[in-house]
Ligand binder design. Structure first.
Ligand code: GLU
Length: 510
């Protein structure tokens, strides 16, 4: 059977990486088995609705290439995919449960419930739950006479519809990750299914929609595990057990030290993003940084997320999208929380950049040069990209790592120069310039052979020559092979930079 899976976020703010990971695992399962990946916007809680959050979710999925086959922006056979637009559909299901005795009307006002809550919590530490114990003392269709209930309904009194949860029953179900999970109904309450304004609650809308949309697997974060027994009871109450989806509750993503759930505050405190994209809080104007803007590319971002809670069972860590799709399995998701490690996230980005074809990498970094008004040929930029690829953690490192390919050094690493620009050695360098000038083939191999010959003639070691040469050409001690660098900038530029070095080094190190 082809899976139908859904990512069902509530548009209450930006997507935390945990949310993106949920979307990813759903997507991977669907892709692997030729199934369907659905986006459903769970916006029944109007109070928590945040403008812009839905667009943000859609933009994140698009950036990550987690292509949605059915959703509010693409339509599909079960449209609409925004729960607020499905509001009229839920009523009949609530009525069905009332008729079958699995749900009831509750007329208690907020003030009444608040007063009871207060009186119950006053004396001790007990917390109030609307359940099989307390409901007998409250105003609902289980305690009031049928006449009284009808009168109130006809009068248009406010009411909610609640699920009738029996006392002291075990609700057991299979979780694909945790195995058999059991809750006693004493841990549950009679959840509201339909609110007084006719809007369904999360539990009601979630189960009805999963059923109507023929969802086969519910893959979601661990924070929803306590809701699962209520959902199982709902499937039973509706008589939908036979097509109840499989459940998989994903482990939490933890703070780097493993002490609790990763939060936005950890990101702020430790200097890394926890959201997919930059987000501006529409109320406060506060901007939170995203992985995309921080320089992460979608493929390694997904690779990193995949490993937060899953492993392939082999040593391989670097996976492209197709490899992830092939290797993924729910069985290899861990129960234990996964510690977030920003250094590891950067490592994935770096590993990925190394695999990009130089010509493609050149296209990706070109805007950085254009922004500086620098124009070079594609061939030149491709070669620079080839030489720099393994030195980039982020694409934005390109300029810092390779500025010397595009302009003469404007400063020199004086600290290192002081150690190397020495009497008895520096006198020989004009000869090296001449040798480079006259070399028949200006290739890396020829340059290296010529440099060795020069060293032998004057009994100099690599350490006497290469650092000086490198600082002459690039200003720094870091960078790709100095001979490759010379070849790329060309003979004329190499010789000119060496001559400039000869001119200025004595003054610098005096
Ligand atoms: N709307 C819930 C959320 O915001 C969905 C939970 C579920 O997938 O059932 O995560």
């Amino acid at each position: 059977m082809k899976p139908r899976v859904r990512f069902a976020p509530s548009p209450t703010g930006p997507l935390h990486i945990g949310g993106v990971r949920t979307a990813l695992y759903n997507y991977l399962l669907a892709q692997q088995l030729g199934g369907t990946f659905i986006l459903r916007i769970e916006d029944t809680d109007q109070e928590r609705y945040v403008p812009g959050a839905e667009d943000y979710i859609i933009e994140t999925l698009a950036w990550c290439g987690l292509t949605v086959q059915e959703g509010p922006h693409v339509g599909g056979p079960h449209a609409p995919y925004r729960q607020s637009e499905r509001k009229p559909m839920y009523r009949q299901y609530a009525d069905q449960l009332i008729a079958s005795g699995n749900a009831y009307y509750a007329f208690d006002t907020k003030e009444e419930l608040d007063a009871i809550r207060e009186s119950m919590t006053e004396g001790g530490n007990s917390t109030f739950k609307y359940d099989s114990n307390t409901r007998q003392k409250l105003s609902n269709s289980l305690t009031l006479s049928a006449d009284e209930v009808n009168k109130r309904l006809e009068r248009g009194d406010d009411y909610v519809i609640r699920l009738k949860v029996n006392a002291n029953e075990d609700v057991t179900f299979m979780d694909e990750i945790r195995g058999e999970v059991s809750f006693n109904t004493s841990q549950l309450d009679d959840k509201v299914l339909l609110k007084s304004d006719g809007m369904p609650t999360y539990h009601m809308a979630n189960v009805v929609d999963d059923h109507l949309m023929e969802i086969t697997h519910v893959i979601r974060g661990e924070e929803w595990l306590p809701s699962a027994p209520t959902h199982v009871l709902l499937y039973r109450a509706f008589g939908w057990q036979a097509t109840m989806p499989k459940f998989a509750h994903l482990p939490l993503i933890l703070k780097p030290d493993g002490n609790g759930k990763l939060s936005k505050r950890d990101g702020d405190r430790l200097g890394f993003p926890v959201f997919s994209l930059d987000w501006t809080n529409p109320e406060t104007g506060e901007v939170s940084s995203g992985f995309r803007e921080r320089g992460f590319l979608p493929e390694p971002f997904l690779n990193m997320l995949a490993f937060l809670g899953w492993n392939p069972g082999t040593e391989q860590e670097v996976f492209n999208r197709a490899e992830l799709i092939a290797a993924f399995s729910l069985e290899r998701i861990n129960k234990a929380g996964a510690k977030f490690d920003f250094e590891k996230a950067k490592w994935f980005n770096q590993q990925y950049i190394k695999t990009i074809e130089p010509a493609t990498l050149a296209d990706m970094v070109k805007p950085q040069l254009t922004a500086k008004g620098i124009v070079v040929s594609n061939a030149f930029l491709t070669e620079a990209s080839r030489l720099l690829a393994e030195r980039l953690t982020f694409l934005n490192d390109f300029w810092e790592q390779g500025h010397f390919f595009f302009q003469q050094p404007d400063k020199y690493d004086e600290g290192n120069l002081k150690k190397k620009w020495k009497e008895g050695k520096k006198e020989f360098f004009p000869e090296l310039v001449a040798r480079f000038q006259n070399l028949p083939d200006f290739t890396a191999t020829a340059l290296e052979a010529e440099t060795k010959a020069f060293m032998e003639t004057h009994s100099l070691g690599f350490g006497d020559v290469l650092p000086v040469l490198r600082i002459m050409l690039t200003g720094t001690m870091q960078g790709p092979s100095v001979f490759d660098t010379a070849v790329l900038i060309g003979r004329e530029e190499t010789v000119s930079r060496m001559n400039k070095g000869l001119e200025v080094f004595n003054e610098l190190v005096l």
